[in-house]
Unconditional design. Structure first.
Length: 116
């Protein structure tokens, strides 16, 4: 599975950004796609995820501000980020997980910087 992410950039606090990630290759129909993020000096953490069945998960820190959606026909996942805070600054990594095998695939990472 190959993942191509786009979006990200620099935004002021309170602003919005949208990330996109498209998967290609041999794709398991039972899967979860989402976004992890890693801030400087911190561990990578799951921000938001959505399964092929449509179930979504959000980290407490982004609930109510981030929305994860997917276009299953195109194996594309989106992350709409609103009310951004400086603490959202991180490299965001697109992730694809095959649910049966638990294999993980990663995109190249995209920088999101929120200025105060």
């Amino acid at each position: 599975v190959q993942l191509q992410a786009s979006g990200g950039g620099l935004v002021q606090a309170g602003g919005s950004l949208r990330l996109s990630c498209a998967a290609s290759g041999t794709i398991s129909s039972l899967n979860a796609m989402g976004w992890y993020r890693q801030a400087p000096g911190k561990q990578r953490e799951l921000a938001a995820q959505i399964t092929s069945g449509g179930t979504s998960y959000y980290a407490d820190s982004v609930k109510g501000r981030f929305t994860v959606t997917r276009n299953s026909a195109k194996y594309t996942v989106y992350l709409q980020m609103t009310s951004l805070k400086p603490e959202d600054t991180a490299v965001y990594y697109c992730n694809f997980r095959a649910i049966v095998t638990t294999d993980d695939y990663w995109g190249q990472g995209t920088q999101v910087t929120v200025s105060s």
